[in-house]
Design a protein around this ligand. Structure first.
Ligand code: GDP
Ligand code: MG
Length: 595
C-alpha cells in the first residue's frame, strides 16, 4: 500500500492532458511504440476527433525510484461539464491530481471547476505548466496565476512539455514524493468505489473500482450497496494496457470487476462494492443518481425506421446509462422518442453516434431542460416536453433549474459578455481580475437559457477568448409560457418551446423570421405564426414559387431536366411533410440559431 500512488490529471480542454498521459506511459515503458496509438487514453474515434475525453479509464504503470518499486495508477477524467459527476467520482478514487495549465493560455474556466472538485476531495495538487516548448509561452504570467489560484509556492510548480518530453521525469518524481499513499484498513469489510463502467459486447459490463478498505478476491459474492444487487466476482484484475486478471485486489488498489452484468443501468458510478456476507456499514459518500438535464425529441425521418431507431437507442444505452428515452408521439413528426441527456454535448454525441454507428437519419427537436410544474391542487411533476405544460387554469407555478456559471475572458470582452448574460436572464454575483487583462465573471443563470445558443454566442463575441463552465445550484420559480408555431394555421407541436414570458414576444418574432429563411418556397403561400395560447404574437409569410424550376432548362435538355427533378426528390427526403407544407430538418432546430 505504501508504494501505491493513485492520481488523476485535471486540465482545461486542449491544455495537453492526453498528450502528457501518453508521455507518462512512455517513460514508464507501460506501452511499446508498436502498441501506441496517437493517444492511448482516448480510444473512441469520436472522442479523438473532438479532442475531448468522454469516458474515463484508468491505467497502471510500474515505476522505480532509488531502488524502490512503485505502482502508479493514472485515472483519466472526462473533461466536459456534462460529465462532471463522473469527474467527481474519478477524483474521489485518487489521492493526488496533476493540474495542467497550458503556458500559452493560462488558467481557464474548466481548470478552476475541476480544481475545486479536487480540493473538495482533499487531493494533493501538483501544478504543472505545460507546453513550455511553444515560442509564445508565457511562463512567468501563468505561474503567477497558478500561485494566486492555489496559494502555493512558485517553486512547487513544475514545467513540462508533453510534446518534447521535457520535465516529464520530474513529474513522476513529484508524484511519488508529493502524492500520499492510499490509507484505509486492509482488515475492514470491503468497500470499493465504482468510479466508472464500460460495456463490452463479449463480457458485459466492466466496472472500474478503487478499493478503499478491505480486500476483494476472485469468486467472492459481492453486493452493490446502492442498487442492493448481488453478484459473483467472476473476474477481477488490474488495468494495464489490457485488463490483467488477478486473484485479489487490496486496499488502495485500482482495478476492474466483471460479474456477468449485461446492462449499464445496473452499475451506477459512485456505488460501493462490498461483500454480501460481511458488508460494510455504509456506502462511500458522494453517491448520486445521474439525472438527465436536457430533453429533446428524436424522430426517424422515415417513419418506417421507428423500430430500428428503438433498437439503436437500446444498444447505445447498453454502454451509456445516462441516456434515457421513452416513446413519444408528435402530431407533426409521428412516432419517436423523448430522450434525456446530461447536457448539450452529450446530446450532440448521441446524435452523431446514431448517424455514424447506426446510420439512422433522425430529426431532433428543440431541446429543453427539465421543469417542475406545481398545480393548484398541490401536485408537482417534472415536465420534459413543452406539451407537458398543464392548462394555465390548473397551473400554480413552474420552477426551472439554475446554474452557477464561471466565465474567464480577456477584459476587453467583458462588456459584451455581460450584455449577453443579461439577455439570458443572468445575474452577476462576482467579478474578479485574475491578471490585469483577464477577468473571471460569476453568474447565476437559468439552465434553460444555456441550452439554446449561449455557448456559440459567447465564443463569437469573445473571438474564442472566453471559457465557460457551470454547475447546478437548484430550481427557482420562473414565469414561463408555451410558445406555439403554426404553419398555415396548423400547430406544429415539435416546434413549441417553453420560454420566459418577458422574452416571448421577441422570441416569437425571431422564430418566425428564422423559419421563413429555412422553409423553402412551395406552390402556395405559407403563413408562419407564433402564438401563446390563442393569441397570435408574430407572423411571417413564405411566398409561393412563381415559376416551374425546370423552366430554367429552356425546355431542351431532357436528361438535365430529369437530373434536376431527381435532385429535388433527394432534397425532399430531408423534408418532413407537415400538413401540406414541406419542412426541412434544420427548421426543427431553428431556435438554436436565432440572431
Ligand atoms: P487534452 O484536451 O487536454 O487531452 O489535450 P491534448 O493532449 O489532446 O492536446 C491538445 C493539443 O495540444 C494537441 O494538438 C497536442 O498535440 C498539443 N500539445 C499537447 N501538449 C503539448 C506540448 O507540450 N507542446 C506543444 N507544442 N503542443 C502540445
Ligand atoms: Mg484528451
Amino acid at each position: 500500500m505504501k508504494n501505491i500512488r493513485n492520481f488523476c490529471i485535471i486540465a482545461h480542454i486542449d491544455h495537453g492532458k492526453s498528450t502528457l498521459a501518453d508521455r507518462l506511459l512512455d517513460v514508464t515503458h507501460t506501452i511499446t511504440d508498436r502498441e501506441k496509438q496517437a493517444q492511448v487514453l482516448d480510444d473512441m474515434d469520436l472522442e479523438r476527433e473532438r479532442g475531448i475525453t468522454i469516458k474515463s479509464h484508468a491505467i497502471q504503470m510500474d515505476y522505480e525510484q532509488d531502488g524502490e518499486k512503485y505502482v502508479l495508477n493514472l485515472i483519466d477524467t472526462p473533461g466536459h461539464v456534462d460529465f462532471s459527476y463522473e469527474v467527481s467520482r474519478s477524483i474521489a478514487a485518487c489521492e493526488g491530481a496533476l493540474l495542467i495549465v497550458d503556458a500559452t493560455q493560462g488558467i481557464q474556466a474548466q481548470t478552476i471547476s475541476n480544481l475545486y472538485l479536487a480540493i473538495e476531495n482533499d487531493l494533493e495538487i501538483i501544478p504543472i505548466l505545460n507546453k513550455i516548448d511553444l515560442p509564445n509561452a508565457n511562463p512567468e504570467d501563468v505561474k503567477d496565476q497558478i500561485v494566486d489560484l492555489l496559494g502555493c509556492d512558485i517553486d512547487d510548480i513544475l514545467s513540462a512539455s508533453g510534446k518534447t518530453g521535457e520535465g516529464v521525469p520530474e513529474i513522476l518524481e513529484a508524484i511519488v514524493a508529493r502524492v500520499p499513499a492510499p490509507t484505509g484498513d486492509p482488515d475492514a469489510p470491503l468497500q470499493a468505489l465504482i468510479f466508472d463502467s464500460e460495456f463490452n459486447s463479449f463480457r458485459g459490463i466492466v466496472a472500474y473500482i478503487r478499493v478503499m478498505n478491505g480486500e476483494i478476491k476472485k469468486g467472492d459474492t459481492v453486493k452493490f450497496v446502492n442498487t442492493k444487487k448481488e453478484y459473483e466476482a467472476d473476474e477481477i484484475g488490474v488495468l494495464r494496457l489490457i485488463q490483467e486478471p488477478r486473484a485479489s485486489l487490496k486496499t488502495g488498489d485500482v482495478g476492474y470487476i466483471i460479474s456477468g452484468i449485461k446492462t449499464s443501468t445496473e452499475v451506477k458510478v459512485g456505488d460501493t462494492v462490498t461483500h454480501r456476507d460481511r458488508p460494510c456499514k455504509e456506502g462511500i459518500d458522494g453517491f448520486a443518481e445521474v439525472k438527465p438535464m436536457v430533453f429533446a425529441g428524436v424522430y426517424p425521418i422515415d417513419s418506417e425506421d421507428y423500430e430500428d431507431l428503438r433498437a439503436s437507442m437500446e444498444k447505445l444505452r447498453l454502454n451509456d446509462a445516462s441516456l434515457t428515452f421513452e416513446p413519444e408521439s408528435s402530431m407533426a413528426l409521428g412516432f419517436g422518442f423523448r430522450c434525456g441527456f446530461l447536457g448539450m454535448l452529450h446530446m450532440e454525441i448521441i446524435q452523431e453516434r446514431l448517424d455514424r454507428e447506426f446510420d439512422m437519419n433522425v430529426i431532433t427537436t428543440v431541446p429543453n431542460v427539465s421543469y417542475v410544474a406545481h398545480t393548484k391542487k398541490g401536485d408537482k411533476f417534472e415536465m420534459h416536453n413543452p406539451s407537458d405544460m398543464p392548462d394555465p387554469n390548473s397551473l400554480d407555478f413552474i420552477e426551472e433549474p439554475f446554474i452557477k456559471a464561471q466565465i474567464i475572458t480577456k477584459s476587453e470582452y467583458t462588456g459584451s459578455i455581460m450584455n449577453l448574460c443579461m439577455s439570458k436572464r443572468g445575474v452577476m454575483t462576482n467579478q474578479q481580475y485574475l491578471t490585469s487583462d483577464r477577468v473571471e465573471l460569476t453568474y447565476e443563470m437559468p439552465l434553460g437559457e444555456i441550452v439554446f445558443d449561449f455557448y456559440d454566442k459567447l465564443k463569437s463575441i469573445s473571438k474564442g477568448y472566453a471559457s465557460f463552465d457551470y454547475f447546478l445550484i437548484g430550481v427557482r420559480p420562473a414565469k414561463l409560457v408555451k410558445l406555439d408555431i403554426l404553419l398555415n394555421g396548423e400547430g406544429v407541436d415539435a416546434l413549441s418551446t417553453l420560454i420566459h414570458a418577458d422574452n416571448a414576444q421577441s422570441f416569437g418574432r425571431r422564430m418566425c423570421e428564422k423559419l421563413k429563411e429555412l422553409i423553402p418556397r412551395q406552390q402556395f403561400d405559407i403563413a408562419i405564426q407564433g402564438a401563446i395560447g390563442a393569441k397570435i404574437i408574430s407572423r411571417e409569410t413564405v411566398k409561393a414559387v412563381r415559376k416551374d424550376v425546370t423552366a430554367k432548362c429552356y425546355g431542351g435538355d431532357i436528361t438535365r431536366k430529369r437530373k434536376l427533378l431527381e435532385k429535388q426528390k433527394k432534397g425532399k427526403k430531408k423534408m418532413k411533410q407537415i400538413g401540406n407544407v414541406e419542412v426541412p430538418q434544420k427548421a426543427f432546430l431553428a431556435v438554436l440559431k436565432l440572431d
